[in-house]
Unconditional design. Structure first.
Length: 137
């Protein structure tokens, strides 16, 4: 196998291992960003040499602007590790991020949908705060 095949297998592995829905975007530097889950559970950034696994994190810059602030859990040089070790390490990092992030999810007491903490105040989502509690964001 050559490095192009390994890179293709890595992308296929990530697509299969990550929760759905999974969106894939391209960063300014050409890296591929995989964002998995709804709400977001894990973010994975892959380049021609590295895999980086992030715990999604967000903050409100102001009352109308949320900003992504992903927290790096680990970086792997997949070319040095080789395919089996890269897949095992990626799987463990992804599971860790998903577990930590899911522990922060809450169910809205009105609509009973699951949200990340960035879209909740106590036990009510922002949409239901506006609808039921007449809170203006």
């Amino acid at each position: 196998m050559n490095e192009d095949d390994d890179f293709r297998f890595l992308k296929e592995y990530l697509s299969a291992d990550l929760s759905q829905p999974c969106t894939i975007s391209t960063a300014w530097d050409g890296a591929e960003i995989y964002e998995s889950g709804d709400p977001s559970e894990v973010m994975v950034r892959i380049t021609s040499t590295e895999v980086q696994v992030y715990l999604p994190s967000f903050f409100w810059r102001n009352s109308h602007e949320i900003v992504r602030d992903p927290q790096l859990l680990g970086t792997l040089n997949w070319r040095l590790l080789g395919r089996p070790d890269t897949f095992i390490a990626c799987h463990h990092l992804i599971q860790t991020a998903q577990k930590q992030r899911r522990e922060t999810f809450r169910k809205c007491k009105y609509c009973e949908k699951i949200f990340g903490p960035e879209h909740m105040d106590d036990d009510v989502c922002h949409g239901c705060e506006e609808k039921h509690l007449h809170v203006v964001h």
